[in-house]
Ligand binder design. Structure first.
Ligand code: ADP
Ligand code: MG
Length: 340
């Protein structure tokens, strides 16, 4: 009497009607399903042994040897279906691997391209200063040259920091510990800290909204939005930051009257390295990572970020965050604060 593994080992359909206690796989089936007769067929596709198809019955006479052909047909059918699925899975894996490699290559070439510009500036400036010092060792220091060197070095540093943040973001480790933060107070303190460069930035905060934030990371997202608004609009046009509470969410917006974003690019500007078609690389420096990082920060806080924009008129970036507690501002304080 053949046992159940027989079908797999011999690669032949099998009919089993009597079970031995010692036959462990059969005994388990008998116990579990009250099986008294089992038809088994190997499931094998292109020489790859995938398994065994079993059909069992509680009574022995249900199956006859003539059913062996039928069960083998079913077994072959199952094998084909499984094999097709394996092929599809393998193809999907190959595609995913190719896509990952392509993304990595794109990422490396975009990053290298963007790092090259300030790096070239630094090397050139350093060479000029060295030549100057070699020609006349007693020449006074060149403050303008040093300033350019420092400026390009800072630029390189901030690009490298952005790249590191992208890597942290993609490992899900960008957001640290969160605390209850009063949103308007946080925005106000950033505006005050950046006052020298953010002269055009005004704050309107009409309610006191508390959210649970990793404050330094949230500040980074805010800075990305405000720096864009300043970069893509001309002085003296204002940049307005607003904080309010709506629909049980904390809301923040950053509005400018700058170049705007073409409709086609609006959903794409939050993607890695995407820069809108109306942005000239030589006029507006940037790598296209700021909004990607900002979106990551906001989303990892359970929030959303989106943009409304009209080319030539301006852009407003909106942030919505789950609110912890909304406290209405006391009636005797101004409902609108403007900080210049
Ligand atoms: N306030 C804005 N006004 C117009 N375009 C903007 C604004 N903010 C972002 N953009 C567009 O979105 C793109 C992506 O922004 P970002 O990720 O911050 O990268 P970067 O500023 O380095 O180009 C920008 O290149 C620009 O095309
Ligand atoms: Mg930017």
């Amino acid at each position: 009497m053949p046992s159940l593994p027989h079908s797999f080992q011999q690669q032949r359909p099998t009919l089993v009607t009597g079970f031995k206690r010692a036959d462990a796989p059969s005994a388990a089936l008998v116990e579990l399903y009250n099986a008294r007769a089992i038809l088994a067929a190997p499931v094998t596709a292109y020489g790859k042994r995938l398994g065994v198809l079993l059909v069992y019955a509680p009574r022995a006479p249900v199956f006859a040897s003539s059913d062996l052909e039928l069960i083998q047909l079913l077994g072959d059918h199952v094998a084909m279906t499984l094999e097709n699925r394996l092929l599809v899975d393998e193809a999907a894996q190959v595609r995913a691997r190719e896509e990952a490699t392509r993304l990595k290559e794109d990422f490396l070439s975009s990053a290298a391209h963007d790092l090259k510009t300030p790096l070239t500036g630094i090397v050139t400036q350093a060479q000029i200063m060295r030549r100057r010092a070699q020609r006349d060792p007693s020449a006074p220091p060149d403050p303008a040259g040093l300033e350019r060197l420092l400026e390009q070095s800072q630029r390189l540093k901030s690009l490298v920091l952005e790249l590191l943040d992208v890597s942290r973001l993609e490992h899900g480790s960008l957001i640290g510990e969160r605390q209850q933060v009063e949103l308007a107070a946080l925005v106000r303190s950033v505006i005050q800290r950046e006052a020298a460069l953010w002269k055009r930035v005004k704050l309107r905060a009409d309610s006191s909204v508390v959210a649970e934030l990793d404050a330094p990371r949230f500040e980074q997202a805010l800075i990305n939005l405000v720096e864009n608004a300043l970069k893509y609009s001309q002085p003296p046009l204002p940049v307005i930051v607003e904080v309010w509470c709506d629909d049980g969410e904390a809301r923040l917006s950053v509005r400018d009257e700058g170049i705007g974003i073409p409709a086609h690019d609006q959903p794409l500007v939050f993607e890695r390295f995407h820069r809108a078609r109306n942005v000239d690389d030589r006029r507006f420096a940037g790598m296209g990572l700021g909004l990607y990082i900002a979106r990551g920060i906001i989303e990892q806080h359970g929030g959303r970020i989106w943009v409304e924009s009209t080319p030539g008129v301006g852009s407003t970036f909106f942030v919505a965050l789950p609110v912890l507690d909304a406290v209405a501002e006391p009636a005797d304080t101004a409902s609108e604060q403007v900080i210049q």
